[in-house]
Design a protein around this ligand. Sequence first.
Ligand code: ADP
Ligand code: MG
Length: 637
Amino acid sequence: MATLPHFIAESPPVRDQLGPWSQGAELAYCRSLDGMILEANVAFARKLGRPPTDLQNRPLVELVHVDDAGQLQATLDEIARPPHRTTAYHRWLTPQGVRWLAWEEVAVQDTTGAITSVRATGRDITLQRLAEEQFYRLSRAVEQSPVAIVITHLDGRAQYVNEKFTEVTGRTLEDLLDGNVDVLRDGHPDTASYEAFWSTIRAGGEWRGELATTRGAAGTVWESVKVSCLRGSSGEITNYLCLREDITERKRLEGRLRQAQKMESLGTLAGGIAHDFNNLLAVILGYAELCQQRRSEPAVIDKGLREVHRAADRARGLVRQILTFSRKTEVRFSSVDLNQVARELVMLLTETFPRTVVFQLDLQENLPPLLADASQVQQIVLNLCVNARDAMPAGGTITLSTRARGGATLPGGAMADLQRDYACVTISDTGIGMPPEVRQRLFEPFFTTKPPGQGTGLGLAVVYGIVIAHHGFIDVESTPGAGSTFNVFLPLNGAASPVALAAGPTEFPRGTESLLVVDDEKALRTLLSTALSGRGYRVATAATGLEAIELLRDGSRRFDAALLDLNMPGASGIQVLKTIRSSCPLLKVMVISGLAGADTRASLKQLGNPLFIQKPYSLDEMGRKLRHLLDTPISDG
Ligand code: ADP
Ligand code: MG
């Protein structure tokens, strides 16, 4: 008997300590004060994957997760105090891995009241514990989410808002409830939009949108908003979940992106234009000088004037281009001759691109016009040509071709509308080409493979945006090392006829009517007056708006038409036009001006939309339009 541990000798027989628990389904065991198992019931032994006898006299530290072993000892202090019981949670090492067990621990006392051992009864709470952990993880994710989250009742009253929501709006859940705030209403521009939103989510749908909200000091904030339904176990809608994410920065970048692109392309264009202009000016100056020197030789003067006219005509085309390009206004659709765009750009780019890059044009004759924004179509071709140049650092060929294609003839998978006809403009290069991983990301904004400072990654993003806005699509083929081909498909303008070619210079029609020419630029005034009197018209001139107004009010001369410049110091053309409309309503008006901004266009519209000719113009164009104006009876409108 002396070999037995002395605690057995002093304690009641081991089996008795578990009492009624020794056979039950509940886990139960009994441990000594120094951490040995004295007795384990069948259920507990099964949990640990051993026969009950195998557990006897084993130290608990072998069976409990190391982080929890210390706790077993700590429990003893608590049990020493009445009511001599406590609860505890430990992780146990079992054949199914670590399990969480919850225990009710009670002191076992001898007849003198001294504590001799601890009896623990418990159950496996691993599943519950995992569920709780999952729950805490999820609620932390919602609480600490970088996205503002609101959960509402079915009537839209807030039920929960997360920290981010309070941070960005400055409102807590209490604020919302106290103020009876309709939290889902935030940012909807009008009642119709808000009602459409409700009918979507009430029907169980998901609503997404971008809303602008005013937020005190932060000013206007753009948010991407998603609202969806939360459903109960039987599928019924129980709540709405609203996620709001600040996208102000992205919006700002998008705006900058377009502008940056325009600047970049403008830089490229400006280089070409300055070069072209210099050449044209050299031609004009040269011939003007020649004519002055050889005044007496009609043949020289004749040739000189023809050349001056030709050069100035080209210069006019260039100025038109810059004007279309720099116009910051909204997209304006008109008939666009794609071949013309291609020809003009190639002419410009030939000047700016390295000499080792050669252009080849392959344009389909009589290509019907596009319905498009001319400057944006230019931008597409320009950006693709710039990329082609960049892909050929050692030089090569850029081929620009145009073709009309029926939607039904286009390759499968294309997003073509089968009923429509498309113009396909193809820009292909003999450059480095691109691997599939580049091809996949090509159109992403800011995606570039070029070193910093050389690539913006915006070129193709802009091309893509424009093409989509025109209901077109793009197709890219590339072989690494051999080159790339970009096919851009843009819908043709079904209704319109092919773009009319500008009429060649002829003498404009004669007339005898009385005209008033108003322009502050002396050279232009003299030119108009000389040209018009030469064709039989009677011409008076005014150098300022005020002078014109006086002439009109004076009434000593009757005019049939006024040719009116808009931008003049003092009284502007618009003011002169107002006087005309009020005091001589029968006078016909032709407005001649450079770029007219949106304000001016609106004023002109209000003043009866007079005939408008854009500077620079040809005398011939002006003369024909004037004749037409004079011959058209005034409508009674
Ligand atoms: P960026 O020219 O500023 O890099 P883009 O959006 O114009 O931005 O082009 C994105 C990327 O697509 C380029 O960096 C290049 O890797 C690739 N890429 C575009 N065009 C071509 C081309 N013709 N040949 C080869 N790679 C091209
Ligand atoms: Mg580019």
